[in-house]
Write a protein that binds this ligand. Structure first.
Ligand SMILES: [Mn+2]
Length: 477
């Protein structure tokens, strides 16, 4: 494809020449003869000409498929130049703003006069990659600091939350790589081991050894790092650690030598992918596969709280990872045990509009509650699910919704924070309250009656929080 660049300054000519060389056959037009001569001498295809005359462009052999780039360094005369170019029959016209006056006002002015012209600014084109590069070097400095700090330790513990999920395990694996350690010198540990089927499957398929540790054994480690979790999760067990890398909202009440907490990231693995890239550590297929799977599963394949950085990490990891293995890890999520709880929720569940609530009674593990909540969200007309079960005398509630509706975290905090722990994000939240306290407040309900109670609290919450928006809609109409 041919490209004609109409430029004022040498720097822009040279920059465009290098940038477009491999994709376009590019010629340049400049106003100044001395500049044309100088550029010609170094091999640039350039000719001088009066930029305001249609003739100049006709001579340059413009066709409707020639891409024309016009440098705008904020000097007067741009409109005359554009008129001449249009009159010569050009249709693919880009104005490249390089001057300080570039901005939305100038863009609006140009658009009004030349609706077909596209307006690009150097700041836009150049800004994002520049910021990425600079933040990468900030990350590099950060990573190098903790690498040095961990270097002389004999035994390192990389601690994950209970029943570590793909994000925790992948994050742990990546951190071990960054610390240039093996499983003998940096243990991936947890106080309560892997139980959820897909977590087990990931650990097996990627040969990730997760070791069970006890509170008493914490003292055996020279350095402790946490991934995908912060010390407050473990109560008073650890108030001081060496490194925390997490994407959950920052928590107070602990001290750490180093930390990198980015709560706007969809996964801890995204943060660690950036760490790996910043220090040019060789990323093995196994680590890339783990990280890719983790980003995919923590963001529910970009359905839940994901942003540009998660996508960026995903596309960086994709060619390095084993996609077949990821499919195997995802496997079929359905097990007989899970089906049993899906059925229990079906029998005891109640539904109103787009809200489904179910109390499943005694439940062996928390992950079943979460699974059933995710499961019913797949139903076509369901936008909210609230599933509860009793795990060890505690009522565990999982709330899910399709992100764009009301806030799930707000719902659990409003209804249950006075009874126990309650919190979460917009699209997923969880509450854990002692069954005894729940009964004190709501009475000794069982089965369907408890589902009905949950439905009532949810419907009321949604109604209260819907009111302002409805008003707005009516106002608009
Ligand atoms: Mn996570």
């Amino acid at each position: 494809m041919r490209c004609l660049a109409v430029c004022q300054t040498e720097l822009v000519v040279r920059m465009l020449e290098t940038a477009l060389m491999s994709s376009f056959e590019t010629e340049f037009l400049v106003e100044s003869r001395p500049l044309a001569r100088r550029l010609h001498e170094v091999g640039v295809k350039v000719s001088p000409g009066d930029l305001h005359r249609t003739d100049t462009y006709l001579k340059a052999d413009l066709s409707p498929t020639t891409c024309v780039i016009v440098e705008d360094n904020n000097r007067p005369g741009l409109k005359k130049t554009l008129t001449a170019i249009c009159d010569a029959g050009a249709t693919l016209i880009y104005v490249l703003a390089t001057g300080a006056g570039a901005g939305s006002r100038r863009e609006d002015e140009l658009r009004a006069a030349f609706p077909e012209v596209s307006y690009l600014t150097m700041t836009e084109l150049f800004g994002a990659p520049l910021v990425t590069q600079i933040s990468r070097s900030l990350t590099r400095a950060r990573v190098q600091q903790y690498q040095r700090y961990f270097a002389d330790a004999d035994r390192v513990l990389i601690l994950m939350h209970n029943d570590p999920d793909p994000d925790a395990m992948a994050g742990g694996l990546a951190l071990r790589n960054i610390l240039r350690r093996t499983k003998a010198t940096a243990i991936l540990g947890t106080l309560q081991g892997v139980t959820r089927p897909e977590n087990l499957r990931m650990a097996n398929l990627l040969d990730i050894q997760v070791e069970s540790i006890t509170p008493a054994s914490l003292g055996e480690f020279d350095r402790i790092a946490m991934v995908d979790v912060q010390p407050h999760y473990f109560g008073d067990l650890m108030n001081t650690v060496d490194l925390v890398i997490d994407h959950h909202p920052p928590q107070p009440g602990y001290s750490t030598i180093f930390k990198d907490i980015r709560s706007d990231y969809g996964s801890t693995s995204t943060i660690l992918t950036e760490h790996l890239r910043a220090v040019d550590v060789n990323i093995s297929e196994r680590t890339a596969t783990a990280l890719l799977y983790a980003i995919k599963s923590d963001t529910l394949f970009f359905n839940r709280q994901a942003n540009r950085v998660d996508l960026e990490a995903f596309s960086f990891l994709y060619p390095l990872a084993d996609a077949t293995l990821i499919r195997k890890m995802e496997g079929t999520e359905v097990t007989l045990e899970r089906l049993e709880y899906v059925m229990k929720a079906f029998q005891a569940g109640r539904r109103e509009d787009q809200v489904f609530c179910a109390f499943m009674g005694q439940t062996p593990r928390e992950d079943l509650v979460a699974y059933v909540a995710d499961f019913y969200l797949q139903l076509e007309d369901i936008k909210w699910t609230i599933i509860a079960g009793v795990v060890n005398e505690m009522l565990v509630l999982s709330v899910r919704n399709l992100g764009y509706s009301r806030n799930a975290g707000e719902y659990v905090r409003k209804c249950f924070s006075s009874l126990g722990s309650a919190g979460g994000h917009r699209s997923m939240a969880k509450a854990v309250v002692p069954m005894a306290r729940f009964r004190e407040k709501f009475g000794a309900l069982e089965g369907v009656r408890l589902s009905e109670l949950l439905l009532e609290t949810a419907v009321q919450f949604l109604r209260e929080h819907q009111a302002p928006e409805k008003k707005k809609e009516t106002a608009k109409a």
